[in-house]
Design a protein. Structure first.
Length: 303
């Protein structure tokens, strides 16, 4: 075996280890967002759906958590949490996710401020953001899936011109202001009580102190999750897919406004008011409330 072959194998092993650690961190971050406790089940399919992954990587992440003593396998139950996600023991697993979110936020800020060229090489991105190749590839895959970067031939990438413009943000919000109230106004719209209870519990956790502990990515995910769960009540997958698409693109805009924590709390209170109206099945009123919520000066991450 040549020296270069040996180096590539070590790099592949290191990248695989980083990926597994990242997957474990994503699962723990999700468990923390959902207020899970030690002893709660970590259901593979539910985790896969929430993280938009297949079950195979979820299984790798669960095994990594088991190796770290944060999860354990139990007969006929699958994996369960062995430690609370807020405990000191969970912090190393969450560190990789926090670092990834910090780098993501830095790249997003640099794109919005035009500090990066439109075309850039992977080597330059690795140097600028102090990333391993595995970390960079994971980051680029995520950004490409969100629609604001595309691969060029070789090892180059091109940032999209439109996604960071104020016009694109305005159009994204105008589109949402049409489809979300329309979904609630559908004749067969219904939101199960258990969904309303789950959304209310999560919003209350954010309002009662969790907001100060959340990463930028977690804040953004919380807002997207809230609106996507509501639009599912229409029973029309086209509404859901359309909202997911615009949410993936507008993530870049959201980073402009995360410093306004008071504005975020106002938006959470609006979410709670909307849930009250939905629970009462006053859907016409809820549709109007949603339209107002999306048309007000807003915090992009939580709306």
């Amino acid at each position: 075996m040549t020296t270069s072959d040996s180096s590539r194998q070590r790099a592949a092993r290191s990248g695989g280890s980083e990926r597994t650690e990242h997957l474990a961190g994503l699962i723990m971050a999700l468990a923390r967002r959902e207020g899970m406790k030690a002893g709660d089940r970590l259901i593979e399919q539910r985790l896969a759906d929430a993280l938009d992954l297949s079950r195979a990587p979820i299984r790798l992440g669960l095994k990594a958590l088991e190796a770290a003593g944060l999860a354990r396998g139990e007969p006929n139950r699958g994996f369960v949490l062995a430690k609370n996600p807020t405990s000191g023991a969970a912090q190393p697993a969450l560190a990789a996710v926090r670092r990834s979110e910090q780098v993501y936020a830095t790249i997003a800020g640099d794109v919005l401020a035009s500090r990066l060229p439109a075309d850039i090489a992977e080597a330059e991105l690795m140097r600028r953001y102090d990333l391993s190749r595995a970390e960079l590839q994971r980051m680029l895959d995520r950004i490409a899936a969100e629609g604001w970067i595309a691969r060029l031939p070789g090892y180059g990438w091109r940032f999209a011109e439109t996604v960071s413009s104020p016009e694109a943000q305005a159009k994204a919000m105008a589109f949402r202001a049409v489809i979300e109230p329309a979904a609630i106004a559908q004749p067969d719209f219904t939101l199960p009580q258990e969904v309303i209870a789950r959304l209310r519990e999560r919003q209350l956790r954010v309002l009662e102190g969790e907001l100060e502990k959340m990463t930028i990515g977690e804040i953004y995910h919380s807002g997207c999750e809230f609106h996507e769960e509501i639009i599912r009540g229409a029973g029309n997958p086209f509404f859901v897919e359309a909202l997911k698409r615009v949410n993936s693109i507008r993530r870049l805009f959201a980073y402009r406004s995360f410093a306004d924590r008071d504005g975020m709390r106002r938006h959470v209170r609006q979410h709670l008011r909307l849930l009250d109206v939905l629970e009462a099945r006053r859907y016409a009123e809820a549709a109007k409330l949603m339209a107002k919520h999306l048309q007000r000066p807003l915090v992009a991450g939580l709306s």
